[in-house]
Design a protein around this ligand. Structure first.
Ligand SMILES: [Ca+2]
Ligand SMILES: [Ca+2]
Ligand SMILES: [Ca+2]
Ligand SMILES: [Ca+2]
Length: 304
């Protein structure tokens, strides 16, 4: 099963936008006002009927709320403000898609929608489902202004005006829910000084439990660190991806570091279906010689 790993470090070849992005925000509304979250789904390609018949939100406490999709394919939910929600679409009780939002430049796609304390409804527009990912035609971050400074969350470099840039907000368990909103930070990994892992893809725990979408087999494995990494330290030894129960059958990664030198990416020929994978970072060094925190996380792949 194991083939020799081919590792090519490509330096700053892949150019990604690396400007500060938008992240979470707290709210200062009194109490916990509710807010209308609405949107629509498309028609089935086979003819009449909507792609989904049920929408379910899940908050950070794993509490769910569901709404039936109306005959015109729209849905409306009333959710508590100042929280984050996963949103999943079902058809005939089968999971067909999970919402993925764009929090802003320089950040990985987010598995949650941030619902802040505004009075207006939050309109996701039409959710377009491709490969199990439901992309809103109206990005929620562009409709939110958590710190009321006139700059929407998408464009604001520090959504919650706490002095921590959005791209530097912590998600210590790497599940895609920032610490500001996460109720379960007990499983957080370590950090070394100020060096930390900010984000990973697939997210930690992706596809494990509940309605959560599983990782696409072709999903590149990505890690965004707080420091510029020393290219020579990114190797098949220091960055490994393999089935959790078969570490010897590692993916052959084409490893690359982006233009910011802070993101490491593994492109590969495809992961095995229905398999729990683990990625581990152990011994990657920053340019200043500091060793990045030893980090590992797991996710489940799709059935095909
Ligand atoms: Ca703002
Ligand atoms: Ca914050
Ligand atoms: Ca902030
Ligand atoms: Ca988290």
């Amino acid at each position: 099963m194991q083939s020799s790993r081919i590792i090519i470090i490509m330096g700053p070849v892949l150019l990604w936008l690396a400007t500060a992005g938008c992240g979470a925000a707290g709210g200062s509304e009194a109490g916990n006002p509710t807010r209308t979250l609405n949107g629509s789904v498309g028609l089935k390609s086979t003819g009449s009927g909507c792609e989904a018949d049920q929408v379910i939100t899940t908050n950070a406490a794993n509490e769910t709320l569901s709404a039936t999709v109306a005959s015109d394919c729209t849905f409306t939910l009333s959710v508590k403000s100042n929280r984050v929600y996963r949103l999943d679409l079902l058809s005939a009780n089968t999971h067909i898609g999970s919402l993925e939002t764009d929090p802003g430049p320089g950040r990985f796609p987010s598995p949650v929608v941030h619902v802040m304390g505004a009075d207006t409804s939050l309109d996701l527009g039409e959710l377009r489902i491709t490969d199990g990912i439901a992309t809103p035609s109206k990005e929620p971050a562009k409709q939110e202004d958590a710190d009321d400074d006139g700059v929407n969350n998408f464009a604001d470099a520090d959504d919650d005006a706490d002095g921590v840039a959005d791209g530097d907000e912590e998600d210590c368990d790497l599940d895609g829910i920032l610490d500001d909103f996460d109720l379960d930070t007990a499983t957080c990994g370590g950090k070394v000084g100020n060096i930390r892992v900010f984000e990973v893809l697939p997210r930690s725990g992706e596809g494990s439990g509940g309605l959560r979408a599983k990782a696409k087999l072709t999903q590149p494995i990505r890690v965004r660190l707080s420091c510029r990494v020393a290219l020579a330290s990114v190797t098949a030894t220091t960055f490994q991806v393999a089935p959790a129960d078969d570490p010897a059958s590692g993916l052959s990664c084409l490893l690359a570091v982006d233009a910011s030198d802070k993101e490491i990416r593994c492109d590969h020929a495809g992961m095995a279906p229905t398999t729990l994978y683990r990625a581990s970072l152990d011994g990657v060094q920053c340019e200043d010689g500091t060793t990045a925190p030893t980090t590992s996380w797991t996710w489940m792949t799709r059935d095909s």
